[in-house]
Design a binder for this molecule. Structure first.
Ligand code: CU
Length: 148
């Protein structure tokens, strides 16, 4: 193949490769909280469509003062939350953010999160990609079933 044909093909295919979503955000939702409650959390399933691991490294939302990535861990028999620098999604795999596990923590809510409303969150990934996701606010049972 001639060189100019190759570069033309690269020019044509590159934008499409960039537009393809490496990470799919599936079934995102936020936990509804009563008025006066300062914190809440966002849950979702992250699916990695590439062969390489990709990490969720940052989340932003206008509904809270601070947005952090958290996990739950058991410390001395007590379930505790801890901030994590990233949430890794294995190559061609997925990770679930769910109550009792990984979550996007909303700290210092600027508004009440009412069931049925929608909020937005912007997700930043380690490959440089970003996704802005609109997600519903739902009632979530926060049972601490892992306590011994
Ligand atoms: Cu948390």
């Amino acid at each position: 193949m001639k060189k100019w044909v190759m570069s033309l093909l690269l020019m044509l295919t590159a934008p499409f490769a960039l537009a393809g979503q490496v990470v799919d955000v599936m079934h995102p939702y936020a936990r509804a909280v009563p008025a006066g409650q300062e914190n809440s959390a966002i849950f979702m399933m992250l699916k990695n469509n590439s062969a390489r691991p990709v990490s969720l490294i940052k989340a932003q939302s206008s509904v809270a003062e601070t947005v952090e990535l958290h996990t739950h861990m058991v410390h001395d028999g007590v379930m505790m939350m801890r901030q994590v620098p990233e949430i890794q999604i294995p190559g061609n795999g997925s990770v679930k953010l769910q109550p009792g596990g990984f979550h996007v923590m909303l700290i210092g809510l600027k508004q009440q999160l009412k069931e049925g409303e929608k909020i937005r969150v912007k997700l930043h990934f380690s490959n440089g990609s970003m996704s802005t996701v609109e997600l519903p606010v739902k009632k979530v049972q926060m049972g601490m079933k892992h306590q011994h």
